[in-house]
Design a protein around this ligand. Structure first.
Ligand SMILES: Nc1ncnc2c1ncn2[C@@H]1O[C@H](COP(=O)(O)OP(=O)(O)OP(=O)(O)O)[C@@H](O)[C@H]1O
Length: 561
């Protein structure tokens, strides 16, 4: 009879065992599930963090309001050659410190192009500027910046080209100072140019992260499109603000180099002093009628009247000496002065690499030296008048005047190899080998505004009498007019439909920008607010206030533009 209870075979699980097993596995499953979920969450979080970090770091170098970079195309050199008809002279738009700019077209692109060919065969500086300009400009998207379309580079053959959109009306230098375009004789257009440049700089300083310092604001770097809207171009000397430390390092190297050259500088200065002593009397007595040999532009020439032959000889010697010095110092192919294009260009650019390469361009060295000598003569006259108490008030030293235009040493170019920017536009603190900051751009903007308002170069003598020399330096002239409450005299007489309040506002802002102390200068954001009427109009710096106070007043500009 089969037993009712048969013992379980070995290996067979009893329900009890099964229950225990189920209990154990469910006991293990929970922590396993939990661990799995946590691991998965950690992985997801890590991926998400990496994604966000990469996105943020990509946006950091780009302006905050331009999430995606401009489409920047790479072109072959043969295509660029075809676009410019083999870089034909007839297509040449202009010549900059590091090469020529050509007009061109490409079948694949609707717009006309400005093709900047960097001169980098013999120097690394051209290549350096190319990379600098490319990396910075491709990230910029603003209606106030010249749009970069593409580039072409071949390191082996040392060909570096940047392709920009063509600005039909060229630069402010070309359109306003050289051609005196009729369109720019209307006040509203001039004011618009000032406003556009201010907006462009505000974008660079306040909307880019990190901020971008242009470092070379001047008329030839302000381009005008078909409607005369201004855009900032040429970022070859631009810097990200975070590079301050690097700039500082360069600065200390430079100080060392300056010391090394000390004896040479001293020698140069003593020669200049000799010239000043002799030349001041000769130039002061000249007039175009009395001295037909004078260049009417400069009020200086090789002839002498009234027995000053010795001083003229000294002057000629110094001019010659400096001219030779310049030629001697000229690094190969770095001097790009083309006599045909020379016409009192606004300033000579000084730039550097760590190797201390210097350049000056677009001008016969002797031409711009003449202008700078005029400045020296003006200073000399100022000293004379102030010591004789005759007109001392007029020539009183103003904030920042001495030192903002240094006599270039070692052959006409600043002895400070770190100096970047252009003589007359460069901020005094940076010219002395200091740190490049946004306030350097603000200073250059101040000079630019005076140039746009007055329609003349920062250093220019239009006639030889000494009375004209008083106006030679635009900045000091503006300061004088401010002290005398005659600011509107600065406005270009060719301007029509003048809006006096706007003109006073612009000149006042310019004078604020030109204060010697960078911290006193307004920011570009504040300047845009003042120009747009969002902020109250500024007051002149105390030292420029006319006496009795306030010869001119503004109407409130709290109107919408
Ligand atoms: N996008 C452009 N459209 C039209 N013309 C241009 C354009 N870019 C430059 N140019 C012309 O070419 C000239 C040379 O420009 P570039 O930027 O090379 O040098 P620069 O500003 O004159 O001198 P530097 O290199 O010393 O700053 C300008 O003055 C301007 O006349």
């Amino acid at each position: 009879m089969p037993s009712r209870f048969s013992p379980p075979e070995i290996g067979e699980e009893t329900p009890l065992k099964q229950h225990r097993h189920r209990h154990i596995s469910s006991h293990l499953l929970l922590p396993l599930l939990l661990a799995g979920t946590i691991t998965l969450t950690i992985i997801l979080l890590t991926v998400l963090t990496i994604f966000i970090y990469r996105k943020l770091s990509r946006n950091r170098t780009a302006p905050s309001d331009s999430p995606s970079h401009r489409q920047c195309r790479r072109f072959s050199h043969s295509l660029i050659r075809r676009a410019t008809s083999s870089f034909s002279a007839s297509n040449r738009l202009g010549h900059g410190g590091f090469g020529s700019v050509y007009k061109g077209t490409l079948p694949s692109l609707p717009q006309q192009l400005a093709i900047k060919v960097m001169n980098s065969v013999d120097s690394l500086q051209g290549e350096r500027e190319f990379h600098n300009e490319l990396s910075l400009t491709r990230a910029l998207v603003s209606p106030h910046i010249v749009p970069l379309i593409g580039f072409s580079s071949d390191s082996r053959k040392r060909r570096f080209v940047l392709v920009y959109e063509l600005m039909e009306n060229r630069s402010v230098q070309d359109a306003l100072l050289d051609k005196k375009c009729e369109e720019l004789m209307s006040w509203s257009r001039r004011f618009r140019v000032v406003y556009d440049v201010a907006k462009g700089l505000e974008y660079l300083h306040h909307r880019c992260d990190p901020p971008i310092i242009h470092g070379d604001i001047k008329p030839s770097n302000i381009l005008l499109d078909g409607e005369f809207k201004a855009k900032i171009g040429d970022f070859g000397l631009a810097r990200l603000k975070t590079e301050g430390a690097i700039e500082g390092l360069e600065g200390s190297e430079i100080l060392k180099k300056k010391d090394d050259n000390g004896s040479i500088l001293e020698e140069t200065e003593s020669v200049l002093t000799g010239f000043e002593e002799g030349a001041s009397s000769t130039v002061a007595d000249r007039s175009p009628e009395a001295s037909p040999g004078l260049s009417p532009e400069m009020g200086m020439g090789n002839q002498d009247h009234g027995g000053g032959s010795e001083s003229v000889r000294i002057k000629d010697y110094v001019m010659e000496w400096i001219g030779n010095g310049i030629k001697k110092e000229k690094p190969r192919n770095e001097w790009l002065a083309s006599p045909s294009s020379v016409d009192n260009v606004n300033g000579s650019k000084v730039s550097s690499s760590s190797a201390g390469i210097r350049k000056a361009k677009n001008r016969e060295p002797r031409e711009w030296w003449k202008e700078e000598f005029c400045e020296e003569l003006t200073k000399k006259k100022k000293r004379e008048l102030s010591s004789s108490n005759n007109g001392g008030e007029f020539w009183r030293e103003r904030d920042g005047f001495s030192g903002e235009f240094r006599v270039p040493k070692s052959g006409g170019i600043s002895s400070t190899p770190s100096m970047r920017g252009t003589v007359c536009y460069i901020a005094p603190e940076y010219g002395g080998g200091g740190l490049l900051s946004e306030k350097c751009d603000v200073y250059s903007f101040g000079v630019l505004v005076l140039v746009i308002i007055s329609g003349r170069r920062p250093l220019q003598v239009t006639a030889s009498p000494m009375s004209e020399l008083e106006r030679a330096n635009l900045i000091s002239w503006a300061r004088q007019l401010a002290c005398n409450g005659r600011l509107l005299e600065l406005v270009d007489p060719c301007v029509h439909s003048l809006h006096k309040d706007q003109a006073l506002l612009c000149i006042t802002i310019a004078l604020l920008c030109l204060q010697r102390s960078p911290s006193k200068r307004p920011t570009m954001k504040e300047i845009v607010e003042m120009l747009s009427g969002e902020a109250e109009p500024p007051h002149l710096p105390f030292e420029f206030s006319p006496s009795p106070p306030s010869n001119f007043t503004y109407k409130s500009r709290r109107t919408t533009r």
